[in-house]
Design a protein around this ligand. Structure first.
Ligand SMILES: NC(=O)c1ccc[n+]([C@@H]2O[C@H](COP(=O)([O-])OP(=O)(O)OC[C@H]3O[C@@H](n4cnc5c(N)ncnc54)[C@H](OP(=O)(O)O)[C@@H]3O)[C@@H](O)[C@H]2O)c1
Length: 293
């Protein structure tokens, strides 16, 4: 199986690059080697490579900067995935793409399923939604996995921010009104690799039978405040922690350029049922991530 992976230096892409080894030949690229805002180079690369599976973990993920960089966000998050899906269909390849809980407005109050209507509150979420719709509309062998609150131990994330605040501030204020599913990039990558491993001797047919949109994130959901407390509890370097108290705060106290959904937790039941896999609980995944790095 020849797999073409984009975003190999990102949180998820880096883990995918590791997890996919053993499934076949993996050719992996990232910015600036390949630039999603330059469609001609993308087409040439995919057509020359002729993969059976294209996996896109690249995206413009700067949520606040997307407000002023809307064109860049649209090209990267909407137009490039649409082009990848179109080229993949032309080659008879499967296309696996990732999207976000930020396609929702966060007003539902219970976890979102795939049939809930998206209503993004910011440019990032809007461009990711446009990407999803363009890919699904092409009706090829496409799988879209919407995920949430992705972190890894090797790039800046909420986990690294909390650890650095804890080493430098006696008191921390963390929002308690934002709720979603913390998702360890390694667990997400391993589950993606697992389903490809399950696909058997005719992976393209197996994937085509299951094509569509799925929610795929850490099992369970929590607030940023509870997540931060769990990060502090799992910190193996407690000796350096100077923080003594963690206070709850409201999102309105920390204005940002992009509005964020408050309750954007994802219900991942459809993924579990379809692919017969159990997603790791977010707390267990966090302790493993912080133990293994
Ligand atoms: N992070 C989250 O909390 C989160 C939540 C929900 C969904 N997701 C989705 O999950 C997927 C993986 O996210 P992630 O956290 O792994 O993202 P990430 O760490 O930001 O990685 C994205 C990768 O895409 C690259 N990239 C950016 N602009 C590009 C361009 N014009 N052309 C080619 N590559 C470009 C980035 O390169 P540079 O670093 O050089 O810019 C980076 O290596 C994305 O689809 C994202 O939308 C993420």
């Amino acid at each position: 199986m020849k797999i073409l992976l984009f975003g190999k230096q990102g949180q998820l892409g880096w883990e995918l690059h590791r997890s996919l080894q053993g499934l076949g030949q993996v050719l992996a690229y990232d910015y600036p080697e390949i630039d999603f805002t330059v469609p001609s180079s993308l087409r040439r690369l995919v057509e020359d490579t002729r993969p059976q599976i294209v996996i896109n973990a690249a995206a413009y993920t700067e949520v606040d900067k997307s407000e002023s960089e809307a064109e860049r966000a649209k090209l990267t998050n909407a137009e490039a995935p649409a082009l990848l899906a179109e080229i993949s269909r032309g080659l008879g390849a499967a296309f696996i793409h990732f999207s976000t809980d930020y396609v929702f407005d966060g007003k539902k109050g219970i976890p979102y399923t795939e049939t809930d209507a998206p209503q993004p509150l910011n440019v990032y979420g809007q461009t990711k939604l446009e990407g999803e719709r363009a890919v699904l509309q092409l009706d090829g062998n496409n799988l879209i996995f919407r995920t949430a609150w992705v972190y890894s131990m090797r790039r800046d994330s909420f986990v690294s921010k909390v650890l650095s605040w804890a080493d430098s501030q006696h008191e921390m204020r963390i929002v308690e009104d934002q709720v979603s599913n913390p998702t360890w990039a390694r667990a997400l990558a391993e589950i993606t690799a697992q389903i490809l491993a399950k696909a058997g001797p005719d992976p393209l047919r197996w994937l085509a039978e299951r094509r569509g949109l799925y929610h795929l994130a850490g099992w369970g959901f929590t607030s940023r405040l509870e997540w931060a407390k769990a990060i502090l509890q799992n910190n193996s370097n407690q000796a350096c922690q100077v923080v003594q108290r963690v206070f709850p705060a409201r999102s309105a106290e920390f204005p940002t350029s992009a509005a964020r959904p408050l309750f954007s937790a994802l219900d991942c039941g459809k993924f579990e049922r379809t692919f017969a896999v159990r997603l790791p609980d977010w707390e267990l995944a966090l302790s493993l991530a912080m133990e293994t790095g």
